[in-house]
Design a protein around this ligand. Structure first.
Ligand code: NAP
Length: 244
């Protein structure tokens, strides 16, 4: 009997929040993890330790996803040698402001990281995945990209852009047995939402509470690890009914 092939999941933005829960959940599903983050080394190392406790391998890489040269330096050779089976594009930032006050810098920074980062990562790894003729790509968008959000025009534009890009990609690569889907969380309890007025937000959510990172991770894990997958080019909301 031949040993099952080692499967790697690249989790972009895996040091905290949804990405952290996703990396650990994918390790539970048997993936070895390539975990990327920007600068919080200690948080990333903590996730690595959790993954290693599960008997899986975790390699951490720190770089800015908006910096194409840095993305290539970290990933190009690595993916040419060993293409990842699953790629979860999860990293993202917010710089909220009402449109009327929004600065060029706030607009550009969010578009460069949240949407430019998607292009930089997927464009760097895709060729190797195509050659493998199998794989899973999951991009993390947001309910803001689906229905808009006051104060988040930059973020909503980037997250809506991810949906359009992922659907286009799905049309290009489906025949290679690479499924491409989007997960659109509502309001999830992470550092990103730590300062929001929880009581006011809970009142807007049919389930009456914020989601947990693990609840988002469970859906991402399903899209990456289920063997039989006919879900393709879809946007799956994980939002407690906030948008339906
Ligand atoms: P988070 O806790 O703030 O974590 C963000 C992750 O992205 C970290 O690993 C961070 O690395 C990494 N990152 C940020 N900017 C980066 C950059 N320029 N280059 C490389 N890595 C970068 O975020 P989260 O709340 O878990 O959100 C994860 C994803 O879900 C994001 O795309 C977010 O937009 C989306 N989302 C979140 C919510 C929510 O309610 N939390 C709702 C809808 C959608 P460091 O740790 O090194 O900074």
């Amino acid at each position: 009997m031949t040993a099952p092939k080692r499967r790697i999941a690249l989790v972009v933005g895996g040091s905290r929040g949804i990405g952290q829960a996703t990396a650990i959940r994918l390790a539970d599903s048997g993936f070895d993890i390539w975990l990327t983050y920007r600068s919080r080394h200690e948080a990333a190392n903590e996730v690595k330790r959790e993954i290693e406790k599960r008997g899986r391998v975790c390699e951490c890489m720190a770089f800015d996803i908006a910096d194409r040269a840095a993305v290539e330096a970290a990933l190009r050779e690595r993916v040419e040698k060993t293409p990842p089976y699953a790629v979860v594009f999860n990293a993202g930032v917010t710089k909220d402001n009402l449109f009327v006050w929004m600065t060029q810098e706030e607009w550009n920074d969010v578009i460069r990281v949240d949407l430019g980062g998607f292009f930089n990562i997927i464009n760097t790894v895709l060729f190797s995945m195509l050659a493998q003729k199998q794989g899973r790509i999951v991009a993390v968008s947001s309910v803001s990209g689906q229905i808009g959000q006051a104060g988040q025009a930059n973020y909503a534009a980037a997250k809506a852009g991810i949906i359009g890009a992922a659907k286009s990609l799905a049309r290009e690569v489906g025949k290679r047995d690479i499924s491409v889907n989007v997960v659109a969380p509502g309001v999830i309890e992470t550092d990103m939402t730590a300062d929001l007025p929880k009581d006011e937000i809970n009142a807007l959510i049919p389930m009456g509470r914020l989601g947990t990172p693990e609840e988002a991770a469970a859906v991402i894990n399903f899209l990456c690890s289920e063997n039989h997958m006919y879900i393709h080019g879809q946007v799956i909301g994980v939002n407690g009914g906030l948008s339906m």
